[in-house]
Design a protein around this ligand. Structure first.
Ligand SMILES: [Zn+2]
Ligand SMILES: [Zn+2]
Length: 368
């Protein structure tokens, strides 16, 4: 914020009352700012000017259009009209409070509310997407596919790496699965077998196994999860970092499977371990996202956290009590490293994508 030509301050801060409001120039708007509390006074129309400048395509005609109902009078007064300001929620589903004067339509914004106000058109758009309800379409989709429907923000950039990963998995599968000699050759040379890998043979299988699948259902399930989860992660990580972390989680998952099943000659294959790594990051960075869960015929939107807790429970149960048909050790290893990466990068990712921080706050009202 740069100091605007100092002028004689004419108004008192509604919060600090003993302090004056000073004229500042901020993003081409002239605002009145309290130097003590950092709060800002916007005259009528100035908030709209600011939002139009920040979001030329998304800004509403008038920012009061998207308000929730009045919450009653505030304990602070309009610096011009001296009447109590009215409290409002910033958005219907974002319960950060701002104060408006009913007479002059000026608005008081506390210092920590400014980022939320500035992002409000984007927040509104994202909340509309996330808060969509379940419908007969989502019900039919899940009852036939047994796969969840995702509710999350739309990625800003095209997930090219994710498309390439999806296509690579599909092409590789088509190349060997339907022709038995190829199938046997690929499985014995490129799937990860603990007994071979731990003897230092076939080291490449830690990564090649991640691109193989053992059945059509296995392939389609993995591709679907990669499709819904991967685009958001690639969006916040950037293309190359996303690719690197995907492959890294895959390698870690293969090694986990080797360690847990040491001495086994049952080959392990599938993208599930790498995708489980993506689950870990997704759950830490997209707290607002929902995935539907179906209990027999009852469909419900669950938070990413609850969805993956259930997924985790199923996998731990599987690891303890099932045979080796599904590689639960790879799933759990991948998920573990995903959580570690998710925690390590959380601060960086949220700083680079402030909207994720705003969406993980308690002010967000999610419909689940
Ligand atoms: Zn103040
Ligand atoms: Zn007023």
């Amino acid at each position: 914020m740069s100091l605007f030509t100092p002028q004689t301050p004419a108004r008192r801060c509604p919060r600090c009352s003993a302090q004056w409001l000073w004229g500042y120039r901020y993003r081409q708007q002239e605002l009145d700012v309290c130097r003590a509390c950092g709060g800002l006074w916007f005259d009528r129309g100035e908030v709209n000017g600011l939002l139009r400048q920040l979001h030329p395509e998304q800004a509403p005609e008038c920012f009061t259009e998207t308000f929730g109902a009045s919450l009653g009078p505030a304990d602070i007064h309009c610096p011009d009209c001296a009447i109590p300001l009215e409290r409002h929620h910033l958005l219907l589903n974002y319960h950060s409070e701002i104060d408006i004067c009913g007479r002059c339509e000026g608005s008081w914004i506390d210092k920590d509310e400014l980022p939320q106000l500035e992002q409000s058109p984007a927040l509104q758009q994202h909340l509309d997407d996330i808060n969509q309800g379940i419908s007969w379409k989502t019900f039919l989709f899940q009852i036939f596919s047994q796969l969840p429907v995702e509710y999350n923000i739309k990625p800003k950039r095209t997930p090219w790496v994710n498309y390439v990963l999806l296509l690579a998995n599909l092409i590789i599968f088509m190349a060997y699965y339907f022709y038995p000699p190829n199938y046997d050759y690929v499985l014995s040379n490129f799937a990860m077998t603990p007994i071979a890998l731990s003897a230092g043979e076939q080291w490449w299988t830690v990564i090649t196994a991640v691109f193989l699948h053992g059945s059509v259902i296995h392939l389609l399930g993995n591709l679907y999860f990669l499709y819904i989860i991967g685009d958001n992660l690639e969006d916040v990580l950037g293309h190359w970092r996303y690719l690197l972390l995907y492959l890294g989680c895959g390698v870690f998952a293969s090694l986990s499977s080797m360690v847990v099943r040491l001495g086994s000659d049952v080959p392990s294959l599938g993208a599930s371990g790498a995708i489980a790594g993506l689950f870990g990051m997704y759950l830490l960075w997209f707290r607002h996202a929902s995935l539907t869960f179906m209990f027999i015929i009852y469909q419900k939107k669950l938070s990413a956290l609850w969805f993956f807790i259930l997924w985790l429970a199923i996998n731990i149960f599987g690891l303890l009590f099932q045979n080796e048909a599904v590689d639960y050790a790879a799933h759990l290893g991948g998920f573990f490293i995903g959580i570690v990466i998710g925690l390590a990068l959380k601060e960086k990712v949220l700083a680079a994508n402030p909207i994720l921080g705003l969406l993980s706050r308690a002010e967000v009202k999610l419909k689940r």
